[in-house]
Design a binder for this molecule. Structure first.
Ligand code: 5AD
Ligand code: SF4
Length: 470
């Protein structure tokens, strides 16, 4: 058994990263068995779930739609805020009920960021003995061995490393979409924003080799993919740990040269965002003019306490440079309200930046203390009521600008990658504009997988309506 340790997780080791190939010699031990995977959190987790499914299928497991029918249920968890935790623990209760009643042989496993938290794993050891296995983020590629050990020994398996060792290439992957693919470019984060648990749960910043990334994109293109989204907690730091003179701008340029039709990347950190990167985004038609640029706070005092390493003025300068250089660009952001010590004046600085930037959209959060992060030790000065009031005031302004940005598209013709049937109306299809806006489209299902012209006929706060134009 290996359980995580938050002090070890904070250490940054200088040893070089090993690049290894995925291997499994277990054969089809899952033949005849069914799996169900539930994913919480960010795109990195969504993509990890594609790997979890890929590994399970390589061992002969098949997917099922109802967890009641499954032999293995895996929760791929998120630790970013307390409510993510609560959802998982709530769901474990449902799984216990299934084990106690209809399916006593069900295996329940936990992967993802919560698996990397010392408190969570200790709680599972003490209180959730019916959880059959826990597999951390650093050794996800060993998942099949962990499940097989559980089946063979019938003992609870807890395998979580606090120190990330390798970058494992060619893990089997079962992609959700046939047209749009996620491609990891950098794992972990070394920024240590004081509120954030990610540097502890995802470890040291480790870039994938540029050749592996470019090869993956070429292969995806060959297989008919139209879009790739380059993934990392902080994509702008790409290459820093691996190359002297090759960074995200170089990678974007090389990925653009593959000729894949659409390239996106997420998430950006304003501190690492160079002019060279803005210029390459502006100069290539297949790099989408959409940037998610987390602000977190507009107050210099709070930004400093958050260890964000930029000021309000730096952010606005970068923002203006993106908007002026990248044609028809859209920018979305993340904002936290109620960080310890945030005064009304600090909050108004945040509102001021929102009013200046008029973001296309923003994900807004109330500060939630995370175990062992520096901000969790700071005295919380903002009451829940004030946090909720600020969140509400912020959301009103955010929604106003996002509505305005959408309204500008009315009667315009935009390019959409049609990704599937509309969730709202199954006689329609849906897709995303270059600016990453969701459009419900009057059009035939044969359009799915194509990039087509769509005339926008109506706009809402969070989506658009449109009509396919031949
Ligand atoms: N409390 C509230 N929001 C947080 N985020 C990260 N950590 C916390 C926390 N402890 C938000 C940040 C980040 C987004 C993914 O989640 O805004 O950009
Ligand atoms: Fe967390 Fe900051 Fe790293 Fe983003 S950049 S993952 S907010 S520590």
């Amino acid at each position: 058994m290996k359980i995580p340790n938050m002090i070890d997780a904070k250490k940054r080791h200088q040893e070089t990263i090993n690049y290894v190939e995925y291997e499994s010699s277990l054969g089809k031990f899952g033949k005849g068995k069914k799996y169900y995977v539930r994913t919480y959190g960010c795109q990195m987790n969504e993509h990890d779930s594609e790997k979890i499914k890929g590994m399970l299928e390589s061992a002969g497991f098949v997917s099922c739609d109802e967890m009641e029918d499954a032999d293995v249920v895996i929760l791929n968890t998120c630790a970013i805020r307390e409510n993510a935790h609560d959802k998982v623990f709530g769901f474990l209760g449902v799984l216990k009920h299934i084990k106690d009643t209809t399916n006593p042989n069900l295996l329940v496993g936990i992967c993802g960021c919560m698996a990397q938290e010392e408190v969570v794993v200790k709680e599972i050891l003490n209180k959730y003995k019916y959880v059959d296995f826990v597999c951390g983020t650093h050794n996800l590629h060993n998942l099949l061995t962990i499940i097989n050990n559980k089946i063979e020994t019938n003992k609870q398996q807890i395998e979580v490393l606090s120190y990330e060792g390798d970058v494992t290439e060619n893990v089997p992957v079962l992609r959700e979409s046939k047209y749009s693919a996620w491609v990891d470019i950098i794992y972990g984060c070394d920024k240590f924003c004081t509120y954030c648990i990610v540097p502890y749960t995802r470890g040291t910043q480790r870039s994938r080799k540029k050749e592996s990334i470019i090869e993956e994109v070429k292969e995806l293109k060959k297989n008919g993919y139209k879009e790739v989204t380059l993934l990392g907690q902080n994509v702008n730091a790409y290459g820093k740990d691996l190359y002297d003179d090759y960074n995200l701008a170089n990678l974007l340029s090389d990925v653009s040269d593959t000729g894949i039709e659409r390239i996106r990347f997420v998430t950006s950190h304003p501190w690492d965002f160079t002019d060279e990167m803005v210029d390459i985004i502006a100069s290539r038609d297949n790099i989408m003019p959409y940037i998610h640029l987390p602000l977190q706070s507009g107050s210099n005092r709070i930004l400093k306490l958050m260890n964000r390493r930029y000021t309000k003025e730096d952010y606005l300068k970068l923002y203006d440079s993106i908007r002026s250089k990248v044609k028809n660009s859209s920018v979305t952001t993340d904002i936290i309200v109620g960080f310890p010590g945030e005064t009304e004046e600090d909050f108004e600085d945040t509102l001021d930046v929102v009013k200046k930037c008029k973001f296309d959209g923003a994900f807004t959060f109330a500060f939630s203390p995370r175990e062992n992060t520096p901000a969790a030790l700071m005295k919380e000065t903002v009451s829940e009521e004030v946090k909720m009031d600020r969140l509400h005031r912020l959301n009103e302004i955010v929604n106003k600008y996002s509505n305005e940005a959408n309204k500008k598209l009315l009667n315009k013709t935009v390019k959409c990658l049609v990704t599937g049937v509309s969730e709202k109306d199954d006689s329609k299809v849906c897709g995303y504009t270059e600016n990453m806006k969701l459009v419900n489209i009057e059009g035939d299902k044969s359009l799915i997988g194509e990039i087509v012209d769509v005339k926008i006929t109506d706009t809402k706060s969070f989506s658009l309506d449109g009509k396919y134009i031949k």
